[in-house]
Design a protein around this ligand. Sequence first.
Ligand SMILES: [Zn+2]
Length: 159
Amino acid sequence: MKDAYAACVAEDASLPPTLEGLAARVDEAEAEPRFWRRAAECREFKWQAFLTAGIRGVRRDAWLARAAAPAKHRAALAGGAWVYGEEDELRGVPESRDTYTCAVRLRFGLPIPPACAVAAEACCAHVKRSGSRCDARLDANGHHASACGAGGTTASSGP
Ligand SMILES: [Zn+2]
């Protein structure tokens, strides 16, 4: 048991080094509502959520350390940062039903064009610093539009 736990500690540095330390942490975690599930008449401790909380953070931080800026931006958008954030604009574009619908489709990996009120652009309309248009082919899932390094706001030239 101690060897198995030691292997877990080697991968997740947020774990206490001993099983006694883990037991003490369980005692502390029992006071946190996020680790409890209410089921009918009883409460159940969410062991998996408790035991994986640290490793999820370690893996997230490792990914953030090596991911390119466009990938981080796309992950933030897909994670709903613009919905849960404090700003009411997304890169200068006011939030609307259309932006919400596009974000939901982006979050679930669905094609974006069905959410568009007008025909979808075939090529990116972002304008580079040089003044020329990006003109990259747009994919239906919005990956290029979300992460295009040529410009902000929208990838469409408008209706
Ligand atoms: Zn582009």
